[in-house]
Design a protein around this ligand. Structure first.
Ligand code: GSH
Length: 229
């Protein structure tokens, strides 16, 4: 059985769940809270991050590595473009989402969603720094990569779309909003991916967890948003 360690709200866990759902493969989700996992977990993931993956053959850390493995294990409905040059570009955009986009969006998530649950105050200077100094370069780069309609590649909704738009979704949960006037293609693209059936499946699962956090940790309430359609 395919077992994923982590929580649905993690943008990295979301990538793995999407990959399995896209391929119609059963899995179990074993709850592991980032920043609060015990020492035993480091035997599975030496960096103690989520997600981690386990099946009858292998134990694997890291979302991109896990998704690559799953795409080989279950070749049906690939989560990468069929053209080898586009597949390489898709992996780059996935990596860009996991690093550069993450640096901005995880500042919003960590300060405004995670820290209150740890009974710590959000450092709004860090959020402002991410929003003012880091977000413009990231949004500009993606605006230049996007076509006026559709997803990143003509093959349809793929892992790179979930990585990119999923990272922005994580930022959205913490109050980050893309300026549609400056980045019209990016705004329309995010809306398209967020409304897709596959992303809505994830959003619906994430919603009660998020609502619980918004409800019980008062400082997070002002960022509350409902992304279900
Ligand atoms: N490159 C890793 C990043 C995973 C990651 O940073 N996960 C976060 C949760 S969203 C985490 O576990 N953070 C805990 C920590 O950094 O100690 C991946 O793609 O799986």
């Amino acid at each position: 059985m395919n077992k994923i360690y982590g929580v649905p709200l993690s943008p990295y866990v979301r990538k793995v769940l999407f990959t399995l759902e896209h391929k119609n493969i059963d899995y179990t989700l074993q709850p592991v809270l980032p920043f609060r996992c015990n020492e035993d977990y480091s035997r599975l993931h030496p960096l103690k991050k989520v997600p981690c993956f386990e099946d009858e053959y292998i134990t694997l850390p890291d979302s991109s590595i896990i998704c690559g493995y799953l795409d080989h294990k279950y070749p049906q409905s690939s989560v990468y473009p069929s053209d080898f040059r586009e597949a390489a570009k898709a992996r780059w955009l996935e990596e860009y989402a996991d690093t550069a986009v993450a640096e901005v969006m995880l500042a919003y998530q960590f300060e405004r969603i995670v820290k209150p649950t740890l009974r710590k105050a959000a450092d709004e200077d860090k959020v402002t720094h991410a929003g003012v100094h880091q977000a413009p370069a990231v949004c500009r780069y993606l605006e230049d990569q996007l076509r006026a309609s559709g997803y990143l590649f003509a093959d349809g909704l793929l892992l790179c779309d979930i990585a990119v738009a999923g990272m922005f979704l994580t930022g959205r949960y913490g109050g980050f909003v893309v300026c549609g006037h400056t980045y019209p293609k990016l705004e329309a693209y995010l809306d398209r991916v967020w409304r897709s059936e596959a992303m809505q499946l994830r959003i619906v699962q994430e919603k009660p967890i998020l609502e619980n956090i918004y409800k019980h940790f008062s400082t997070t309430r002002e960022w509350a948003c409902d992304m279900t359609t």
